[in-house]
Design a binder for this molecule. Sequence first.
Ligand code: G6P
Length: 614
Amino acid sequence: MCGIVGYIGNKEAYPILIKGLHRLEYRGYDSAGVALVNAEGNINVYKTKGKVDDLESFTKDKDISGTVGIAHTRWATHGEPNDVNAHPHYSQSKSLAIIHNGIIENYAIIKKDLIKRGFEFQSDTDTEVLVQLIEYIKTTNKVDLQRAVQLALTQVIGAYAIAVVEKGNTNQIVAARKASPLVIGVGDGEFFLASDATPIVEYTKKVIYLNDQEVAVITRNEEIHIKTISDVETTPVVKEIEMSLNELERGGFPHFMLKEIYEQPRRIAEAMRGRINVDRNRVSLAGIIDNKEKFINAKRIIIVACGTSWHAGLIGEYLIEEFCRIPVEVEYASEFRYRNPIIHKDDIVIAISQSGETADTLAAIELAKKSGAFVYGICNVVGSSIPRNTDSGTYTHVGPEIGVASTKAFTAQVTVLALMTLTIARLKKTIEDDLYKRLIHELAEIPEKMEKTLATNAKIKQIAPIFTYAKNFIYLGRGYNYPVALEGALKLKEISYIHAEGYPAAEMKHGPIALIDAEMPVVFIAPHKGIYEKTLSNIQEVKARKGRVFSIITQGDREVRKLSDFCISIPETEECFVPLLASIPLQLLAYHIAIAKECNVDQPRNLAKSVTVE
Ligand code: G6P
């Protein structure tokens, strides 16, 4: 998704802005640009389609001086990805330049009105409409930039994080947000601005998170001043961020995705630390214990999420229903928010999100809160919008995930759901003591078993190139492994661009079986657990039609191995924890197929890490 960087201080802004844009590349984008206010007060805007490297080549012979500047990576919404639609955008007189994340929904009406008043537009973007509106208000009302921004934003419907610089003003950036994150870094005699803390951490740990509808005036050598768009002054709260720069680097791996896959044993152990006691016989999650009456009395749990987080939610449904005996519904946040759902006061809504910024999930939370439900968040990014907008929650605490395809965040979400399940089941007394202890003990063993699972990497790397010919893949699993099949298929399509479908194995007969021939790779998640025999029959059905079977089996299994063309074994574990292990070879399979196809695994085409527009 689009990225924002800004700088004002005593250093040259350009190198800091470019470095910041590189740090935001993981979000996915199609063009990049920068606006610098030079010592004479002139604004120089440079922008280009393509990568940040292309922007750097473009600016080689240009005036890139200035200690104030804003920069942007754009992920196209309105208007195709090209040089003109890239940000920053000038206003008509070129006295203002803006960068913007989000969508201005009523831009067409505003644009029509401004055209009537003589404004001309260079781009197809909603963002240019906003900067023209700010200029129009500023000149007709004769107000300063902050006031003009406030007034313009009262006319706007939609989501935004914006930063504006002004010709002749070498000391100021004005920034504002609504439903799209914006962070101000407070350094020593300098300020940074960014859409997430990633570009800021190497300079300062002190940050101010702007709240919805706040407009900040960032002035050189002065305190930050914040007012709401309706002109109420608010006090900026400076917080410390925990992320270290080291956490953002690749740490010797060729890609962030591979690094993050390999981090899983350590990160999952960290996610459980302090939550499972040292004797491995007790789980307690503060967020649940503090609200235990709500969980004990909940009539229903509704899980809302998008993408990979939604798949984690499905595993949560199996876990919570099996052990806590509370009915669970899992909803795509984007569907839930628009379908007038029935939400009761004694429902608990669990929102799952790696980034904590997904627009649809945030909107689903708002809806749930309005209906009086208790809202619980499972998030990775500390201080992001979802944890700030939920009643309580649990962080997954697996550190920043940079690869666009989610890996460690997924297994961490499943881990937190398992911890929640055990905590609630104990409170509700829906689990036998022996089983409770056995599950905790097994969960605590998972990091070690993940380590063993990672040893399959060499074999998967060897097999993967065989599949580069494939145009389609089918992933099949039953029970807890049905969501794993969905997630495995998603990983493959995200980064290798091979079409892949996940299905509950038994559903194969109701359609996908028609697709199976000698060309079709079929991935089975077939651990020696649960309805193993049934899965075995499904594999036979695929083999009878000459499909190529790649299966994930439990160590020691002979039967599935015999039937499969390719086999990867994972350690034995409790059925409900198999997803934590089985998803690792599937992540690796997608990774190695994508590498064999020479795809950009960390920044797949058209995808964004954090989808802050609906
Ligand atoms: C995007 C990302 C996915 C992610 C989904 C939900 O599509 O590319 O990896 O699963 O958003 O994001 P969230 O941050 O809410 O988990």
